[in-house]
Design a protein around this ligand. Structure first.
Ligand code: UGA
Length: 440
């Protein structure tokens, strides 16, 4: 089978590469010529474990190719995936669908034979119908269908999430379209992955509901974590205690400095807007958005209070800048709130992130004189007053704490991901602060 993927961002590139790995012939299209030239040479624009090797392998086995010419890429294709960005509009938080609609127009002008157009971008309910209307208006004689097939990939484990998903969701009415998508996902069907066929609008809503629910789960445990601090309870044990209830589940119950990334902040906001417009407000998710934003904005206060007794200019080490481990993505990362707030409070920062330094340098270019970019965790801790663990990269979980203690001017650790044991750290002579856990 031949398929076309439009948009070589995160979703398009991972999905296209994994479909090629399933044995499908995939053409990935993007307007950005430089990006396409790089991809043809196996140069990947994002950091995603395992993706580089898989792209190279499928290019060499001639199942994966990269194009800028959409017309050429639509010849002989069975399915066309729209995987372009849908950022939040600054003005009102709605998803900006202009890229999706532009692509629909181009498809209408260039597609000559039947294909199913599949929305993989995260789009509000009703977008599939609008895509259908656009194509129908420009090319009324064309035989085509529009389906919704949202993705549930997590950055950092996207290949595994694609190859072994919890479920595949496909929204469309036409049997012809269903058969193509069923065939495309056959390798997953053979692994007994549940494949849910539903209406297009339902599939669109499933994606927003899943991300909003997960964001709510994180916000819940973050708020419970604050409560634990007030009443002397331990949030890690609360997570275990409630997570073992099969109805609740253990995952996404880790407190942190607030969720970030390109999905939860954008999708919760878009869902709130959709619900408000439909006059069926989602008060719970409105609270989640507000609570998470406020959490990120006040996290620096924990650092300042931990170093309050130090009178000289404070030097703070920060380990982890990206919104989560195994990515170089800085979008809506908690570091974007904490770092400027600490700088405004007269701190000098020494920072290190295993993959996110280049992206982070761009984000913090206005503050370059107050930040030292370090080559590793130990250089970042040299002569500083406190260490803040902001992202739980694996390499930060097994730091040589004795060595670290010698490097720090004052042995203070503020662990915003709860990756160390409070009692052990206290016994080693650290002043250790974490989230929602008292020392027992
Ligand atoms: C998220 C969803 O998990 C994917 O299923 C979905 O496909 C994707 O959005 C998307 O819509 O494209 P992602 O943003 O890559 O994936 O990252 P997550 O692993 O979900 O983490 C999001 C944020 O929540 C991170 O800032 C992370 O640190 C935070 N988090 C996660 C917590 O603070 N606590 C947790 O227990 C889990």
């Amino acid at each position: 089978m031949n398929i076309t993927i439009i948009g070589t961002g995160y979703v398009g590139l991972v999905s296209g590469t994994c479909f090629a790995e399933f044995g499908v012939n995939v053409i990935c299209v993007d307007k950005d010529l430089k990006k396409i030239k790089n991809l043809r040479n196996g140069i990947i624009p994002i950091y995603e474990p395992g993706l580089n090797e898989l792209v190279k392998k499928n290019i060499s086995q001639k199942r994966l190719s990269f194009e800028t010419d959409l017309k050429k890429s639509l010849k002989n294709t069975s399915a066309i995936f729209i995987a372009v960005g849908t950022p939040s509009k600054k003005s009102d938080g709605h998803a900006d669908l202009s890229y999706v609609y532009e692509v629909a127009e181009e498809i209408a002008r260039n597609l000559k034979e039947y294909a199913v157009v599949v929305n993989k971008s995260t789009v509000p309910v009703g977008t599939g119908q609008k895509v259908y209307d656009i194509i129908k208006k420009i090319n009324p004689k064309l035989d085509f269908d529009v389906a919704s097939n949202p993705e549930f990939l997590r950055e950092g484990s996207a290949i595994n999430d694609f190859m072994r998903p919890d479920r595949v969701v496909i929204g469309c009415k036409s049997e012809k379209a269903k058969n193509i998508l069923r065939e495309l996902y056959r390798p997953l069907y053979l692994l007994e992955t549940p494949i849910i066929f539903t209406q297009r609008e339902t599939a669109e809503l499933i994606k927003y509901a899943a991300n909003s629910f997960l964001a709510a789960k994180i916000t819940f445990i973050n708020e419970v974590s604050d409560l634990c601090e007030k009443v002397g309870a331990n949030v890690s044990d609360v997570s275990i205690g409630i997570g073992l209830d099969g109805r609740i589940g253990k995952k996404f119950l880790h407190p942190g400095p607030g969720y970030g990334g390109s999905c939860f902040p954008k999708d919760t906001l878009a869902m709130v807007r959709t619900a408000q417009e439909a006059k069926s407000p989602l008060g719970l998710i409105e609270h989640v958005v507000k609570s998470n934003n406020e959490r990120k904005k006040r996290m620096h206060k924990r650092v300042l209070s931990a170093v309050a007794k130090i009178k000289e200019k404070k030097i703070i080490s920060i380990l982890g800048l990206t919104f989560k481990p195994n990515t170089d993505d800085m979008r809506d990362s908690p570091s974007l709130d904490i770092i400027p707030a600490l700088l405004k409070n007269n701190c000098f920062l020494k920072v290190f992130d295993p993959e996110g330094m280049n992206e982070a340098k761009l984000c913090f270019k206005d503050y370059s004189k107050k930040i030292k970019w370090c080559k590793d965790s130990y250089e970042a801790c040299e002569d500083s007053n406190a260490l803040v663990i902001l992202t739980e990269w694996n390499q930060f979980r097994a730091l040589d704490l004795k060595r670290l203690k010698k490097k720090l001017k004052t042995p203070i650790i503020i662990d915003l991901r709860n990756i160390y044991n409070p009692t052990e750290l206290k016994n080693m002579g650290f002043e250790y602060y974490s989230l929602g856990r008292s020392i027992v």
